[in-house]
Design a protein around this ligand. Structure first.
Ligand code: PLP
Length: 708
């Protein structure tokens, strides 16, 4: 038994299991209740399960053989003979990409992410791992994590910290050659902040995480990285300095000489200044030469066309923080500050990390084709005399890591029809073309299994919330399992318009309560803890759902996170996305739904603007934008209702064959998978980054960087 436990422990030590359902289920099968109680964390299951239970279940569910098989698979995965990365990015093997991000969403048990940005970063690491691309992640370890959403009796979002223990995760202190723990320090006004350099293994990829819980730090500095996006502007600057400057120093301390710095969003932009500072110190480079070289070897990805989404630090606040870097750069402080000002000579104006990042990287990109266009327009003023089309911001459309989001049953269907090795050829259209050969019955039946599971999950979560809030139980059980079920889950902010369908309650009533063609709707989503407008939207929607007309048909699920997301994406029939165009930079939740056989119903914004072809989902509106937002909202609501009433609902309910399968709906499912599967996965995204950004930038990073 001891040997088995030790093998199981080994299996938990690489987050590879986060995208291996067959490994996760080994732990789930030991104790289902415990598994969910500990947020599906295998290390916690192992710690908390009793020896008797383990012995009993190990025999019952064939654990030893499954563990051996998984360990063998992991070993093979970690020592590949060949990979895409080896053939296409082999040159970077000794000098990897350093991928900086403020948040990483790898699994729900490691709460150092808040939403889309972090989950994208997690998917980025996982696909880099699968493809064998030399890359290291750099982030912060928030030891209190991110908050959970819990509604109070006013249906107002409370943000609750749920303590977690990093001892329950395979996070390790890094050691130097002498066996000493590796630390870095970052200068802040009047003090040095220290951080321990930890790491966690994500398949073949190392994720470096800085932890401020070290004895050299004051209590206040320990708290600096306690929480993701907590605190005021000062704390935000300090976190960003820690990530950028501390992160770059951590790489050097680990002996990692990165060829390219990739800043995923502007939060880590200070890394560029530190990189240049080091070139000056170590190689005696001229400051301006150093900045040019850093720019040549760095990539910046911007993620939002919403102006308020970009940090903006007041001049008096940021000056003190940048003084040590300016000294190291041998440049006047004002020149360094100017790099982050919209107008460098406008002394006293705010400092934007996004502007710094655009100036100090030669390659920048938005995250969908449309977002590229919008970003070039948005930042045109930084490039005087340059035409909008010539602004040097391109695009790489986001994609999602298929094994992380795909239901096991769907994976089996793909394996049997696309081929057992289809996951290693995800980006080839030919791989997905074979979906047309799948019988309607098989794909429909598979979806029904997933849908039944998702509806059980939704009912259970919703009932638990109602019970806690003292709301009456809904009887009979809500949601008709046979009804078309549409999901809407995302951050609650005005531009995403979670209340668009509630603009006409009578029409919504007729839609969801149609006597023969009913519709279920499921909402989920959090607001940023400091965003009372978003919280008011959550309250508004939840209030409306208490209307007796909607109670049986429309439910809200608390605490949208990776786990809730996975459950929704896998079983929902269709996914609704109705933002104000063009404010959705990309959006990725719809991609996760499509891979699981759901259909996307969306405004032509973000990825959908380039993905929709007329037959692979549904588009709301034409893509035209009215100058008056109120009129635009009205039009979009009208278009959305009409689309649902005239197209989506009939497609789902009509044209059923003798066994009740909706032929046209299934046809569209297949179209959707065939035309979207190969493009909107993270392997394609990584291949684009390597070929269009990383390789050119790596060439730009002349090989003069000395070993540390
Ligand atoms: C994928 C995902 C997101 C991002 O999706 P959007 O479409 O950009 O909203 C956010 N939260 C969770 C939990 C996700 O899984």
């Amino acid at each position: 038994m001891e040997k088995l436990v030790s093998k199981m422990h080994n299996l938990t030590q690489n987050l590879w299991w986060t995208w291996k359902p067959e490994v996760r289920t080994i732990f789930r099968d030991l104790d289902l209740d415990l598994y969910h109680k500990v947020h599906q964390n295998p290390m916690s299951v192992l710690k908390q399960i009793s020896t008797e239970q383990l012995e009993q279940r190990a025999a019952d569910v064939d654990v030893p053989a499954r563990v051996d098989r998984a360990l063998r698979q992991l070993r093979e995965y970690l020592t590949p003979v060949t990979t895409w990365g080896l053939t296409h990015a082999g040159a970077m093997r000794s000098r990897p990409i350093a991928y900086f991000c403020m948040e990483f969403g790898v699994h729900e048990s490691l709460p150092i992410y808040s939403g889309g940005l972090g989950i994208l970063a997690g998917d980025h690491l996982k696909s880099a791992s699968d493809l064998g691309i030399p890359l290291v992640g750099v982030g912060l370890l928030y030891h209190e994590g991110y908050t959970n959403q819990v509604l109070d009796t006013n249906l107002w979002q409370q943000d609750v910290v749920e303590p977690y223990d990093i001892a329950d995760l395979p996070i390790k202190q890094t050691m130097d050659r002498h066996g000493e723990p590796i630390h870095v320090t970052v200068e802040m006004p009047g003090r040095l902040v220290h951080a321990a350099v930890l790491e966690v293994q994500v398949g073949r990829i190392r994720l470096i995480l800085l932890d401020t819980r070290v004895k050299e730090n004051s209590a206040k500095d320990v708290a600096l990285a306690a929480r993701l996006y907590g605190g005021d502007q000062r704390m935000r600057i300090e976190q960003e300095l820690l990530l950028g400057v501390g992160g770059a120093r951590a790489l050097r301390a680990l002996g990692i000489s990165a060829s390219v710095f990739h800043l995923n969003e502007g939060h880590s932009a200070f890394a560029l200044l530190e990189r240049a500072r080091y070139r000056i110190q170590a190689d005696g480079l001229d400051p301006h030469q150093a900045l040019l070289e850093v720019a040549a070897a760095s990539v910046f990805t911007t993620h939002t066309p919403v102006d308020a989404g970009h940090d903006r630090f007041p001049a008096d606040l940021i000056s003190d923080y940048l003084r040590p870097l300016a000294e190291g750069l041998k440049l006047p402080l004002d020149e360094v500050l100017g790099l982050g000002r919209v107008n460098p000579h406008d002394f006293g104006s705010s400092f934007l990390p996004t502007v710094l990042a655009l100036r100090l990287t030669r390659r920048a990109n938005g995250v969908s084709a449309l977002h590229g266009v919008v970003s070039r327009k948005m930042w045109n003023h930084l490039y005087p005399g340059v035409r909008e089309e010539a602004v040097p911001i391109g695009h790489v459309t986001n994609g999602v890591h298929l094994p992380t989001w795909l239901a096991t049953e769907m994976n089996h269907l793909y394996e049997s029809h696309l081929g057992v090795g289809y996951q290693s050829a995800l980006t080839r259209p030919g791989t997905w073309a074979k979906i047309v050969d799948v019988s309607s019955a098989e794909i429909w039946e598979t979806k029904q299994v997933l849908k039944a599971r998702t509806i059980r999950f939704i009912r259970k979560r919703n009932a638990a919330m109602r019970e806690r809030l003292g709301l009456p139980e809904i009887e009979p059980a809500p949601l008709d399992p046979e009804a078309l079920t549409i999901g809407f889950a995302r951050r609650f902010v005005p531009y995403k318009r979670p209340d668009l369908l509630f603009s006409d309650l009578d029409r919504l009533d007729r839609l969801v309560n149609h006597p023969t063609r009913p519709v279920n709707l499921v909402f989920s989503g959090r607001a940023h803890p400091a965003d009372s407008t978003g919280k008011a939207l959550i309250q508004k929607v939840n209030h409306l759902l208490e209307d007796p007309r909607f109670r049986h048909r429309i439910l809200f699920i608390e605490n949208y996170n990776i786990h809730v997301g996975r459950m929704l994406y896998q079983g929902i029939d269709a996914w609704l996305n109705n933002p104000q165009r063009p404010l959705e930079a990309c959006g990725t939740s719809g991609m996760k739904v499509v891979l699981n056989g759901g259909l996307h119903i969306s405004i032509r914004d973000g990825w959908w603007a380039e993905a929709y072809d007329g037959e692979n989902g549904f588009a709301i509106g034409t893509g035209e934008i009215h100058a008056d937002q109120a009129i635009q909202d009205q039009r979009d609501a009208e278009d959305l209702f009409r689309l649902l009433e005239d197209e989506v609902v009939p497609l789902y309910y009509d044209n059923r064959n003798s066994t009740g399968i909706p032929r046209c709906w299934v046809e569209r499912m297949k179209n959707s998978i065939r035309t979207l599967g190969w493009r909107f996965n993270a392997d394609r995204m990584l291949q684009d980054y390597v070929q269009h950004l990383y390789l050119p930038a790596a060439v730009g990073s002349s090989c003069q960087m000395p070993p540390p």
